[in-house]
Design a protein. Structure first.
Lengths: 435, 458
């Protein structure tokens, strides 16, 4: 990355950007752009262009043993977030009429020992929760003592020690104590200004508007039922019947949601069939797991970062390396602007470069409002030692991360990183920070 | 415009790390062209596995200044590999992975020599592994990792005061991935925890209870495993099930369908059948690239000292946002594999046969059918029959004599161990110490030895 070729790159990029992107609506060309090894000025320029054109952007920089990856998108909404661990939607704390009726048809005190230990824990817990609320003024267990008493109640129904279904019931009892209704995160999404549907609303926000209505009306505080149940010790017959009950409720919730979506679409002047059944179905299944990601523009981060965050990280004994590299990566670009080369790029004049880089970095810190923060000398020396080298393994690591983010952004599945990922290849104590 | 004052060389970027001194570097780092050239000329790296991680590792190492690489993999290329094992093409399906991988990297990076080994890791002599400066693992099973770990740690020798002898340390870099998750770790036997020291990190494999499969299946996977594990043996008796045999797989699928229909369970498909039977975990190229790059970076740093190294375990998770974490795990001083070895105190009269019998009873070992090796000498081998017969006379001789009448030494035993109710091949290190090393004929030296141990004079 010598200055001559990097200038060429800049010129080419800006011609290209002027000539191609700006004149020909970038959004028609690209869904996503991955920009590698751009200096700060170019990063800011490209970010403005892509933000304007609503094109997703991923920045990657690989510099010696340091680097960063940054996603820049105005808004990225996710229905299929596929979290690793998410509580199943059993509604043990809030069973609906059909589930209650089904549970009533099963007698826990069946005399046959085999049948006794093949009653699924969902049935056991719904019954026990009902028994409890009857004797506790309609309340579910809330204090520690009550929760323990509830578990003991369940345990008291066991007739032998090898009843796996009852063991599962005791382990799953916490699902009865869980708060009813939607999570605070989903609440926040529902209350977002974008949840007020208008002709500009994306499909996602139209469905969120429908969700909000559903929760306030038919849902009675709950989102549409997800519909699947986890595996549990049970007779095949009970299990399949239980599955059918959950699937039926999920289907009926979906139909209500579908109706509401259609009505909202009509209201905002769109074709009521423009959001497909499968899309609405998927939304219903994932209603509790929705995610909205919003990213600051890079120039905002650069000119107005979280000072407290920077100072805190620079002072952290263990993780100051990553933060230090972040500052230094910006400092080397400033250095280049002044001296027409990267610090340490050439073998001669190393000492001079080190001291110049230090001055540049400190002045950057001051500009950002972080007076008083220091960068370890060793790190500054190391940055000069790197001399803007591009090591294959570091590039491969960061490229791998950037490509993974790109896949998540394009497929709208899984959750992209929220923040700037700063790579520290010395001890791998990298950091993901929202700055 | 400043002119370049260094000639453009392929090594230009790497040189900045290898030729320049620094402060945040490894111990004993001597920057210079000698270091760079030594890495090219003399350093030998073994890459174990030529799959998702192995392909990436070979590429990364070849592009990081290493010129002498070996790669070992017993598998052939399959179509499902092609989404991430980028060195392979459709026309390569069926060929040995190690050979194609080596060929492709050599085509692309001039000057690098890669020797492929199309074989099982267990089929190589221990000496083979000892020839490498460092071993990079791109494996997909706990068993394989344990094996290599056992081999590498087997080279480790300790001083009198239980400090590891640096020239016997064989470092390893190990990577693993599963979907969006992965890890990279550095293992320096005797210094960092070895694989065995932290075996508790791995959660037990999920197995369905037998009664669920046999009596109360509830989902498609239960039906499939019933056909695979129970029905197969009922119908096929001794014939072992081969998941790579399409006829076998089809049979299991058909039986699973029948069972599912019987119980009214939906969802059995051929694809699910394969997934459940082969325990397929989805793999993506990006995670492999990330983890391999981290491993290759550590390999470069360990060999050259050009920077500090990962201490010692990196975890990565890219499914929900992005999370990386470094944990410094501690060695288990009692570790059977990388520790100084289980202390076994014996009388000088004990025969080799008796010793082998003792191993079966030893609570920390429970090792049956043991083969015994002392340094380079095999004292007894259970197999093959030719060698067994050759070593059989040793069984009646005293172990003390067979070991050259030294007071104590390390011995390696290899056999079948009972671990968690499962039989596994096991290679273990023992520290054999002979008690009362004074025989009748050695009275004088015995007194001298006894005196040297006493803290107060006689």
């Amino acid at each position: 990355m010598d200055p001559k070729s990097s200038l060429e790159t800049l010129e080419t990029t800006s011609w290209w950007m002027r000539g191609v992107l700006v004149n020909q609506k970038p959004s028609l060309l690209f869904t996503l752009v991955i920009a590698t090894q751009l200096v700060e000025d170019s990063v800011v320029k490209l970010d403005r262009i892509c933000r304007e054109a609503n094109v997703k952007l991923v920045f990657v920089r690989s510099y010696g043993l340091a680097g960063f990856v940054r996603v820049s998108v105005k808004e990225h909404t996710i229905i299929d977030s596929k979290p690793d661990h998410f509580l199943d939607d059993l509604r043990l704390n809030n069973p609906w009429p059909e589930l209650k009726s089904f549970v009533e048809t099963i007698d826990l005190n069946v005399s046959d020992a085999v049948a006794h230990k093949h009653i699924p824990y969902v049935v056991i817990l719904v019954k026990m929760a009902d028994e409890w609320t009857q004797s506790h003024s309609g309340n579910l267990p809330s204090t520690r003592e009550e929760k323990k008493a509830f578990k003991d109640l369940v345990k008291s129904k066991m007739i032998s020690m090898d009843e796996d279904n009852y063991k599962e019931a005791i382990e799953a009892a916490f699902k009865v104590f869980a708060p009813r209704g939607i999570s605070s995160e989903i609440q926040q999404i529902s209350n977002d200004t974008c949840a007020e549907p208008s002709s500009n609303s994306s499909d996602f926000w139209v469905m969120v508007a429908a969700l909000k209505e559903f929760v306030s009306n038919e849902g009675d505080g709950e989102a549409p039922l997800e519909g699947s149940i986890p595996d549990m010790t049970s007779s095949t017959e009970h299990y399949i019947n239980l599955q059918k009950i959950y699937l039926a409720k999920a289907e009926s919730d979906f139909l209500v949601m579908e109706e509401r979506v259609k009505n909202i679409l009509k209201k905002i002047g769109r074709d009521p069939n423009s959001i497909s059944k499968p899309t609405i179905k998927s939304f219903c299944k994932n209603a509790r797991k929705l995610k909205v990601c919003r990213y600051r523009m890079v120039e905002d981060e650069f000119s107005n970062p979280s000072v407290t965050e920077i100072q805190k990280r620079l002072a952290d004994e263990d993780y100051s390396g990553a933060m230090g590299f972040y500052i230094l990566l910006r400092a080397v670009d400033r250095f280049t602007a002044n001296y027409n080369k990267f610090p340490g790029q050439f073998d001669g004049g190393m000492d001079e470069d080190i001291s110049r880089l230090k001055t540049t970095a400190l002045s950057l810190l001051t500009d950002l409002g972080c007076n008083g923060s220091v960068l370890p000398d060793d790190l500054i020396n190391e940055m000069c030692r790197f001399g803007a080298s591009e090591l294959h393994v570091v590039a491969a690591f960061l490229g791998g991360i950037a490509s993974q983010e790109a896949i998540k952004l394009v497929t709208k599945q899984f959750v992209p990183m929220l923040g700037t990922y700063i790579f520290n290849g010395i001890d791998h104590k990298s950091q993901l920070l929202t700055l | 415009m400043v002119l370049m004052d260094a000639p453009q060389s392929k090594s230009r970027d790497l040189d900045k790390l290898l030729l320049r001194s620094g402060n945040l570097v490894g111990p004993g780092f001597f920057p210079g062209t000698d270091l760079r050239d030594d890495i090219r000329e003399y350093v030998r790296v073994l890459v174990v596995g030529a799959g998702g991680l192995g392909c990436e590792l070979l590429k990364d190492l070849a592009l990081s200044g290493f010129r002498n690489l070996d790669v070992i993999d017993m598998d052939r290329i399959e179509v499902t590999n092609l989404n991430r094992q980028f060195l392979f093409r459709l026309e390569d399906v069926g060929k040995p992975k190690a050979e194609v991988a080596a060929k492709r990297v050599m085509e692309r990076v001039s000057g690098v020599e890669i020797v492929p080994h199309f074989s099982r890791i267990e089929d190589k002599e221990l000496d083979f592994y000892n020839d490498f400066n460092i071993i990079a693992l791109g494996l997909d099973s706990i068993e394989a990792r344990r094996y290599i770990n056992g081999v590498a740690c087997g080279f480790l020798e300790y001083d009198e005061d239980d400090t590891p002898r640096s020239e016997t340390i064989k470092p390893m870099v190990d990577g693993g991935t599963e979907g969006f998750k992965g890890h990279a770790r550095v293992i320096v036997p005797g210094v960092t925890p070895c694989f065995e020291c932290t075996i508790w990190l791995f959660p037990p494999q999920v197995k369905f209870p037998l009664c669920t499969l046999a009596e109360t299946p509830r989902n498609a996977a239960h039906c499939i495993e019933y056909a695979h594990l129970i029905k197969w043996h009922e119908v096929h008796g001794g014939k072992s099930f081969d998941p790579d045999e399409p006829e076998h797989m089809k049979w299991v699928y058909d039986e699973a369908i029948k069972r599912a229909e019987l119980f009214g369970i939906p969802g059995v498909t051929y694809s699910l059948t394969q997934g459940v039977v082969k325990n397929i975990i989805p793999a993506i190229a990006s995670t492999n690239a990330i983890i391999s790059a981290a491993c290759a970076l550590e390999t470069l740093k360990i060999v050259s000292g050009c920077s500090k190294t990962l201490a010692n375990y990196l975890t990565y998770n890219g499914g929900e946002g992005l999370h990386t974490k470094v944990t410094e795990f501690e060695r288990d001083k009692e570790c059977l594999v990388c520790g100084p070895g289980i202390l076994i105190e014996l009388d000088t009269s004990i025969t080799l046969q008796k010793f082998i019998d003792m191993l079966e009873e030893h609570p920390k070992l429970l090792l049956s059918k043991a083969s015994v090796k002392h340094g380079k000498d095999s004292l007894y081998m259970q197999a093959p029959p030719v060698l067994e017969e050759m070593h059989r006379p040793n069984l009646s001789k005293p172990l003390y004599d067979l070991m050259g009448r030294v007071e104590k030494d390390t011995v390696h035993v290899f056999g079948t161990a009972l671990k968690n109710e499962e039989k596994q091949s096991s290679l273990t290190k023992l520290r054999v110490v002979f008690k009362e090393v004074d025989g009748v004929a050695d009275m004088d030296t015995a007194i001298l030895r006894v005196n040297s141990k006493r803290k107060t004079p006689l």
